[in-house]
Design a protein around this ligand. Structure first.
Ligand code: GLP
Length: 245
């Protein structure tokens, strides 16, 4: 596991975008595991800039996203499909047919999960998985639990996640209570993992995930067992954890 300390959000975004860019340059048909939330926005802006300068070509890439709110369709501006289209896909030359996000509109959640596991099986494994981290240590929407999940499943969101994500909605009542998320088992199958974290609000989760014991109560702690993880965080995100020089 490697830790890279960035100065601030901008610096974190630059470093992480460079890692993704290098991946796409070295292996143009990479399968990118992508994430949503505020943390990756700066990365996506930088990837778009590089694409516009002619430095990057996503023509052969595939993307598989981590999660989606249950009940929201891609036209809904709070859905993760909408986020991905508007933050990245619409501005680069990735083939939209090869960009995958769980379908939150399928009534039967188990069916939606089965379909997504099929998509992961047919298009994976993920070459490089980008992850943010929730303040409670969640990855994707894998909330603290009694055991680690394996495949795609429907989760009841934790109260802390609902309030943290309420900032994207008109009111907290509008935040969906459930989501479809890739399981921890699938995340762990990615060849490489790049986790990003910015700000003081992530410091406790980062410390518990990477310096604490491995427990499903801190879902990101499982990453300690993965063979190829890079954590890029800013000074504030690493402020509760000592980094070896
Ligand atoms: C959401 C997403 C996660 C993301 C987390 C942190 O719950 N499902 O994939 O990592 O929030 O988001 P942010 O980067 O906005 O802090």
């Amino acid at each position: 596991m490697r830790f890279i300390q960035a100065k601030d959000y901008e610096d974190m975004s630059r470093i992480a975008a460079d890692i993704i860019a290098a991946q796409v340059i070295l292996k143009p048909d990479s399968v990118l595991g992508l994430a949503t939330g505020s943390s990756p926005e700066g990365i996506y802006r930088k990837l778009i800039e590089s694409y516009r300068k002619g430095e990057l070509d996503f023509g052969r890439a595939t993307s598989i996203n981590l999660d989606e709110y249950k009940g929201l369709d891609g036209e809904n501006s709070q859905s993760y499909r909408y986020y991905m289209d508007h933050q990245l896909f619409d501005f680069i030359n990735i083939d939209k047919k090869r960009t995958f996000v769980p379908d939150g509109t399928i009534e039967d959640a188990e069916e939606a999960c089965r379909i997504y596991d099929g998509i992961i099986r047919d298009n994976g494994p993920v070459t490089l998985q980008l992850l943010g981290i929730g303040c409670n240590g969640h990855i994707g929407f894998n909330e603290p639990a009694e055991e680690f999940s394996t495949g795609t499943h429907c989760v009841d969101l934790a109260e802390s996640t609902i309030s943290a994500n309420a900032r994207f909605f008109d009111s907290i009542e509008d935040v969906p209570r459930q989501a479809i998320t890739m399981g921890i088992g699938s995340i762990m199958q990615a060849e490489k993992i790049l986790l990003i974290a910015s700000g003081k609000s992530k410091a406790k989760a980062i410390k518990e995930a990477f310096r604490g014991k491995i427990t499903p109560k801190v879902p990101a702690s499982i990453l300690q067992l993965h063979k190829d993880v890079i954590v890029v965080g800013d000074v504030e995100a690493f402020s509760e954890m000592e980094l070896k020089q």
